[in-house]
Design a protein around this ligand. Sequence first.
Ligand SMILES: [Zn+2]
Length: 355
Amino acid sequence: MEKDLYLDEWTAKKIAAEGSLFHRSELEAYQYEKVMETLAFAKENSRFYAEKLRGIDLNDILTLSDFSKIPFTTVQELSQEAVNMLCVSMGEIKRIVSLETSGSTGPAKRVYFTEEDQELSIDHFHHGMQLLSDASDTVLILLPCQRPGSVGDLLRIGVERLGAKAIPYGLVDNKEKVLNLMQEKAVTVIVGTPAQVLSLALADEENKSANQKLKGENIRSILLSTDYIPEETVLTLTSLWGCRVFEHYGMTEMGLGCAVSCCNLNGYHPREADLFLEIINPKTGEVLADGEFGEIVFTTLTRKAMPFIRYRTGDFSRFLAEPCPCGSHLKWLDKVGKRMIDKRYESSESAYEKE
Ligand SMILES: [Zn+2]
């Protein structure tokens, strides 16, 4: 297996590790320092966190494990208190993303970013895309990209930093139009949601059975993002277009990106210099050991406008306890389950693993 340690090299640089790669102990020391900085910064600058962290003496947090003394932040709090969570003035906000709260009629969630916060996302996209593409590629972006600062727009900038050609398209409105564009521009990499990319591949296959040339035959990598990714979609895309299918896990609150597949194409590695991830028992709140399934909780380490502290994602996964075959020293996050945490947790682990 080829060893693509781009994310490790990038992480080593970000945490100022001694070598070109890093040791877990170096990363953990960095994460502890950043967690403490984030707690102090949020307590001082946001009304919401001043209240939440009232009565907590930060001097009592001596290790990363002590961090479990800090209360969680919930999606309900985000939808009701977004403005109070802010740590900077409105003048410093570059972009606000409004999100429907899934499955509820509650108010939309709003997530705020400064320009520096956006730069963190671009930098992650730039280095994450190295795993599946290089300067020789033409990358078709089938994600919302019209507005400056939208996910597709930030990805375009990341791809261009890689030296590759980016074609920001947006969501698929017309399959034939996109298939023709792929041929005309000699697209080699696609980034999109599972349902959209699958619909393109199936349309291409249908045309092929009508004796037309397969337009996706030059595709060498696909990155699926945004939605829960069914295993069947990955298998179908791999077989129809003969390409590698990478997966991305993230959410707007995380600063869009969180974790991306390595060359192992099984699970993902998170950007641990920007996010501190924990897996918890959703019923008791207890932090679980590697290998155990639970809810993903994250804390931002480098964000300014709106830091998130122990934010409960409602997503379900585990850290694999063994090292990933790719050789990365970043945590190895198992494929993330649907955002149906409570039901999922009550069902058996084997039921989860089948999906
Ligand atoms: Zn790996």
